[in-house]
Design a protein around this ligand. Structure first.
Ligand SMILES: *Cc1c(COP(=O)(O)O)cnc(C)c1O
Length: 402
């Protein structure tokens, strides 16, 4: 499949053990396919093509049909595999297409344990689609490792973790979950969307499979919907490639190219976004209207020490609970610079009300039980000048008519 590509790879899984391994910012630019071998093009060409000429029956250049394999998509797949330190990467039409394709690894009668404040779309597809096919799920607070044994059944096949969780920023001990999974023969799946391989590499902590909504930080510019999976073993890679080809929820060449372009600047974007998130968090903590701030970077956050141990940063997502639902609504309707929108991880700051937007598909009583109230606001810090972001929040909160 890889025929024709420059195999000059740095940052592959083999390199993990090497002391002279290049730094992550170098690897963001110099992993996977670096040059088009035919022309030397420094940006990977967009192979906008569906089928490939065969020299003779059964003789071709490694590509037959773009659902099965496309050079541009493959370049992205090799890039993400190298960054996460996995055996194989696979690119899908969206984060949900990636998650759904991973869930197709399971059979009717199988049981999964899933983080209880998992992304709303993940909850929805498990609850409304995969349950119909007989895949059973227990949602548990995986930030409390002691909840795992109680959720285990004879049919359990996997543990699906998001850390930090969305929107409450709970941190789960990936090494502890991995040890539990290994002890019980379970697949350890991690949705690493919030952290990206720049900040957290679950496969290095023992996970078997990592998922990304590349729509978020990896793409980073609010211009593409995409999903990625990286697997630790060849066997999983083969099974998932079979599903990718059989089901067909593939990422197109142009969108693959957009994600690769985004990844080049992931490090500088993430550094700036984190610094902005940290400053906003500190400002929010001093405001009387703010009842609670959820950010793993805060020393008083229950997952702070763990986040420091297993990740290289705290990310750029901040959630905060305002004094009332009406104040939250007022804030969202009055920000001007910060964009009221679903999604996260982009260069522009985005704000949303999870209960009525990203997490609306979770029934109200389940939302309340998980602490996702109508006064909970989620902010994705962008790369703007942070003084302008804080001024926007201050003005929007201050203009509230009493
Ligand atoms: C957005 C998101 C998804 C879904 O990804 P899409 O690209 O929107 O399909 C999955 N998991 C997390 C954590 C997300 O934020």
């Amino acid at each position: 499949m890889t025929d024709g590509f420059d195999k000059t790879k740095v940052g592959s899984d083999k390199a993990t053990a090497e002391p002279d391994k290049p730094g992550i910012n170098t690897r963001l630019l110099h992993s996977g396919m670096e040059f088009d071998p035919r022309t030397g093009a420094v940006s990977v060409p967009v192979y906008q093509v569906s089928t490939f000429k065969q020299e003779a029956l059964g003789r071709h250049h490694g590509y037959e049909y773009s659902r099965t394999g496309n050079p541009t998509r493959q370049a992205l797949e090799e890039l993400i595999a190298a960054l996460e330190g996995g055996r194989r990467g696979l690119a899908f039409a969206s984060g949900m297409a990636a998650i759904s394709s991973v869930l197709m690894l399971f059979d009717a009668g199988d049981h999964l344990i899933v983080s209880d404040d998992v992304y709303g779309g993940t909850f929805r597809v498990l609850d409304k689609v995969f349950r119909r096919f007989g895949v059973d799920v227990t949602f548990a607070d995986l930030s409390r490792a002691e909840e795992l044994p109680g959720a285990l059944t004879a049919r359990t096949r996997a543990v699906f973790v998001e850390t930090p969780t969305n929107p409450l920023m709970r941190v789960t001990d990936l090494r502890a979950v991995s040890a539990f999974c290994k002890g019980h023969g379970l697949l350890h799946v991690v949705d690493n969307t919030f952290m990206t391989p720049y900040l957290q590499r679950p496969l290095e902590l023992g996970a078997d499979l990592v998922i990304h909504s590349a729509t978020k930080y990896l793409g980073g510019h609010s211009d593409v919907v995409a999903g990625l999976v990286v697997v630790a073993s060849q066997e999983l890679g083969d099974r998932l490639h079979f599903i990718q080809n059989a089901v067909g929820a593939i990422l197109g060449p142009m969108d693959s190219w957009l994600v690769m372009r985004g990844v080049k600047t992931l490090g500088v974007r993430m550094d700036r976004q984190q610094a902005n998130a940290q400053a906003i968090t500190e400002w929010l903590k001093g405001r009387p209207e703010v009842k609670k701030v959820y950010y793993p970077g805060l020393p008083e956050h229950p997952g702070h020490a763990l986040a420091k141990k297993q990740a290289a940063g705290f990310g750029a997502m901040v959630s905060f609970e305002l004094a009332s639902a009406s104040l939250a609504e007022h804030l969202l309707n009055n920000v001007r610079l910060i964009t009221l929108a679903e999604s996260l991880g982009a260069v522009e700051s985005l704000i949303c009300l999870p209960a009525r937007m990203t997490h609306a598909s979770i029934p109200p009583e389940k939302r309340a039980a998980r602490g996702i109230s109508d006064a909970l606001v989620r902010l994705s810090a962008g790369i703007e000048d942070v003084k302008d972001l804080i001024a926007d929040l201050a003005r929007a909160l201050g203009t509230r008519p009493e």
